[in-house]
Structure formats: C-alpha cells, structure tokens
Design a protein around this ligand. Structure first.
Ligand code: HEC
Ligand code: HEC
Length: 278
C-alpha cells in the first residue's frame, strides 16, 4: 500500500478534529456570553464565584461554577445546567434571581448551552463555598417564580432578515447587551419599547448610554468601522476609552469575538429602531 492512509488514522484524525471543534465552540460561546466576569471575584480563583452585586434589591453573590464537586457544579448534568441558564430554575424547582441574566440566555439554543457546560467541565475545579445573598427582609426566593412566569412568557422573536440573525443572537442571547442598555419598567421587567435606548439606572449605579442608531441620542453618527473598532478595543470615536462595566464587556466578550461576529453585531445595531432620549 503505497498510497492510501490507513482507515484507523483517518478515523482518529476526524475524531480529533471533531473533539477540538466541540471544545473550541464551548469556549467561544462562554466568552461571547460573558460568564467569566460575573462569576469571578476580584483577585479570586477563576469562576469560583463570590463577586458581589449591589442592587436596589439587596446584595447578591455569584456562585461557584467550577467543576468542584462540593462547592461548584461538578456533580451537575447538562440538563440541570440548561434548566439553570435558560430557564432560571434551580434543581429544587425554585427560581434564580434575575441578577443571573437568564431572561437573555433563554434565547440560547440547547446545543450552545450544553457546549458551554462541556467547556466548563474541562476547567480547573476550585473549592470555594457560596456566599448567602444579603437581601432585605421582604425579599425571598419564592417570590421570584411568579415574576418569572410573567417575564419569561413571551420571548422576543429573532429578526426575519437572515442577514440579521447572527447579530441578534450575539446581542440578545449571548451578549445580553439589553440587560444593561435597555431600561426596566416596574419590577425589573425590561422595557422592550425602549430597546437598547439607554438606562439611567444600570449596574453599579452606572448611567448606560443609548446605543440605537439615533443620530443625537444614540450612536447614529458612528461609522460602521467606529463601532467595530470600539467592540474590539473599547476606543471611542473621540479617542477616549470606555470605562466601568463596558470596559469589562469589551475585555471579556466583544474583543474575543471573530471579526465576522463583530461585523454581525455592527450590522444588527445599525438596523435597530432609532430612539430619541437617553
Ligand atoms: C451579570 C452577572 C452574571 C452573568 C453574566 C452570568 N451569571 Fe451565572 N449567576 C449570577 C448570579 C448572581 C447567580 C446566582 C443567582 C441566584 O442565587 O439566584 C448565578 C447563578 C448561576 C448558576 C447556578 C449555580 C448554582 O450553584 O445554583 C450557574 C450554573 C451559572 N450562573 C452559570 C452561568 C453561565 C454559564 C454564564 C454565562 C453563560 C453566567 N452564569 C453568566 C451572575 C451572573
Ligand atoms: C454590564 C452592563 C453592560 C453590558 C452587558 C453591555 N454594556 Fe455597553 N455600556 C455599558 C456602560 C456602563 C457604558 C458606558 C461606559 C462609559 O461610561 O464609559 C456602555 C457603553 C457602550 C457603548 C458606547 C456608547 C457611547 O455612546 O459611548 C457601546 C457601543 C456599547 N456599550 C455596546 C454594547 C454592546 C454591543 C453590548 C453587548 C455585546 C454591551 N454594550 C453590553 C454597560 C454595558
């Protein structure tokens, strides 16, 4: 046999290719979804949780999502993970608080959520017990389920235009940009009529700007290149750099996307309805 590759080698080669593609996918999606920042406290072990979120509803601490069997999610199945990330539901049927942005992640496909789980399971386990949230006396976990039923009822539809679907998926499902850039109505429900129209009351007390293509209030004067460059580097068109939580989003998420995916976000953002006011 002078020519011809032994079939076993071909099979192994395909298995390896498939294996790396799958692991790569989960890692890529994990970055695109920005899980790392929220689940790592300053100076703490990666993904072991303990980051504090001060909100109008008290202080929340993120849990450990490393594969540690006792303090992390090492004993979890992919199914349980999907229930948590996409439906905001705990193992015992109670609800997660929406500081965990599952109202966005519910738009993820099961395959993508599962790929993120597989990737997490390949990372180092860190033992670090979860911290209890510091909540006002009137707020309890059982109150979240009825709220969920209400907010989780009608998920936004993907755009019909197939050219816009990837950008939509990156912005709404993975990037959860609206969790900060869309204001909330009563009870923390996202105000879809002000989609990406800016939020006076963002995380950590930040004022979050309008990123619709309105020329005055939004980013309508930015060129497509300005916006792509911003997502890659955090540099604003005036030469300044973005700060606060957006700097984190750029570091952890948008700078790690492929050029094509950043271009898809740009195309999508430039086509959403422009909204005046901030
Ligand atoms: C904005 C911050 C934030 C982001 C982004 C975020 N999480 Fe979380 N996550 C939290 C908080 C806070 C909780 C705890 C919620 C609660 O106690 O009800 C949580 C809970 C969880 C849980 C439940 C763990 C347990 O022990 O019950 C899992 C699993 C999880 N997150 C995985 C992820 C993954 C995967 C991503 C990315 C796709 C992600 N999170 C993105 C803040 C975040
Ligand atoms: C955790 C909250 C948060 C998330 C998530 C978030 N942003 Fe931001 N974003 C901000 C804040 C806060 C600023 C303003 C930063 C500043 O003042 O320097 C900002 C600024 C921006 C700007 C600059 C606007 C201007 O007029 O200066 C753009 C563009 C932007 N974000 C796009 C996005 C996109 C696209 C996503 C999703 C991939 C996203 N953001 C996700 C909080 C967030």
């Amino acid at each position: 046999m002078r020519h011809g590759v032994p079939p076993a080698w071909v099979a192994l080669w395909f298995a390896l290719l498939a294996g790396t593609a799958a692991a790569g996918d989960g890692e890529y999606l994990f970055h695109a979804a920005g899980c790392a920042g929220c689940h790592t406290r300053d100076g703490g072990p990666a993904l072991a949780g303990g980051r504090r979120f001060d909100t109008a509803f008290g202080a929340f601490y993120s849990p450990n999502i490393t594969p540690d069997r006792e303090t992390g999610i090492g004993e979890w199945t992919a199914q349980r993970f999907i229930h948590a990330v996409k439906h905001g539901t705990r193992d015992d049927g109670s609800a997660y608080f929406p500081v965990f942005p599952y109202p966005s992640y519910r738009l993820l496909s099961d395959d993508d959520a599962s790929a993120i789980f597989d990737y997490l399971m390949t990372l180092p386990a860190h033992r670090q017990a979860n911290r209890e949230h510091d909540l006002p006396w009137w707020l309890a976990r059982w109150m979240i389920a009825p709220w969920q039923w209400w907010i989780m009822e009608a998920p936004p539809e993907p755009p019909r235009d197939t050219e816009q679907q990837r950008g939509w998926y990156l912005v709404d499902a993975l990037g959860h940009c609206g969790e900060c850039h869309t204001p909330r109505k009563f009870a923390g429900v996202s105000d879809r009529s002000r989609y990406l129209g800016g939020n006076a009351d963002g995380p950590e007390g930040d004022k979050v700007p309008n990123i619709t293509p309105d020329r005055k209030a939004g980013i309508g004067k930015w060129s497509a290149d300005d916006l792509a460059y911003f997502l890659e580097t955090g540099a604003l068109p005036d030469g300044d750099y973005t700060g606060s939580t957006m700097a984190e989003v750029v570091d952890n998420t948008t700078s790690k996307l492929t050029r094509d995916d950043r271009a898809a976000i740009v195309r999508y953002l430039r086509a959403v309805p422009p909204l005046p006011g901030d």
